[in-house]
Design a binder for this molecule. Sequence first.
Ligand code: FSX
Ligand code: SF4
Ligand code: F3S
Length: 404
Amino acid sequence: MSVDKEESVKKFFTDKNAKGDNYYNELCSSFEKRIKQLKKLPKIDKENSLDNVFEENGLTRRDFMKWAASITAMLALPGSFTPLIADAAKVVDRLPIIWLHMAECTGCSEALLRSAHPTIDSLIFEHISLEYHETLMAASGWQAEENIEHAMEKYKGRYVLMVEGGIPTGLDGAYLTIGGHGKKGKDIAKEASENAAAIFAIGTCSAFGGVQAAIPNPTGAVALSEVTNKTVINVPGCPPSEKNIVGTLMYFLLYGNLPALDVYNRPKWAYRLRIHDLCERRGHFDAGEFVEQFGDDAAKDGFCLYKVGCKGPYTFNNCSKNKFNEDTSWPVQVGFGCIGCSEPNFWDTMGTVNEPLRDRLYNTTLGGIGADATADRIGIGLLTATVVGIAAHAAIASVKNPKE
Ligand code: FSX
Ligand code: SF4
Ligand code: F3S
């Protein structure tokens, strides 16, 4: 282990042990204080309470507390914080939200809201005060334009800005104009960022440019962070899981500040580990048991999908924990490898979807040890898996944000 790595491991354990009773007591008081302050703010949705919304949708208090417990665990807080998380969810409608759509497919909104049976996450999201959301609001045209201007003025410095989609900047932004006055998307995003209390880039398009920024990027689409000099919290995924969206919101609600972020400004609580680290097929990877082609016996046995293109070793996200479609499944579970959708430029850098990356990234970083060669020699077991892990980290480190 290098000295640097050793130091950081030591620091990790020292910090962890330092988080004794005092740390959690103080955290608990600061959450209570914050919830109290939020409660004093005018209730934006005066007509309804979250309790009523749950009742109308056939959800019990038990369901709600189960949800609160899962958010508590997700944010790595002790179980005793569950009632506080539940309290915080109830004041979520004190937080005005402005949600902008730029260049994208609306999959992020869909992921959150289109469930056959409303989930707690979707209900909480519907209950928060969405002051402006082009897909959901009734207003259109001039009225819609007025709404956003009014919301930005009325909630100046208080609103949370959520942006979905990449921002076209080609032809000075003329590829995306919105509303009766033909305002450019890039100008709206920049203006709305100015007085936001927090800014979340929802989805890979907004976080990193996404599919429209893939080569040759005809509209000059860029990440939200390129058009504003404010800090943007990236919640990538194409689409991201609704839990990562709601979890990020809950974090902000409770802590009142930004979570610890990785080099790509993704909250560490959600994007700290690789898909590969959390994968239910990982045992097969370590044992050298691979699907060689879709439909073979190994596929039926649920073996590892690395050789049919899984990019889990290079992708940081928590999909196996959060799952999609009402918590039923996630890509690898249904038998299709991860395509790396929460990584910057994954359309350009992650190669062909159904093929491993071959030697493209590995050769330069590990003195010629190719990923496929590694997988073929996997019989040597865990050591080999470690090599792939190191290779993936090294490859990722080599393409990290130059700003770091
Ligand atoms: Fe689509 Fe959102 Fe992908 Fe992008 O999700 S699901 S293309 S991340 O901006 O609508
Ligand atoms: Fe899972 Fe993919 Fe890693 Fe295999 S390569 S263990 S399928 S994440
Ligand atoms: Fe995306 Fe991979 Fe998860 S493709 S949804 S990060 S499993």
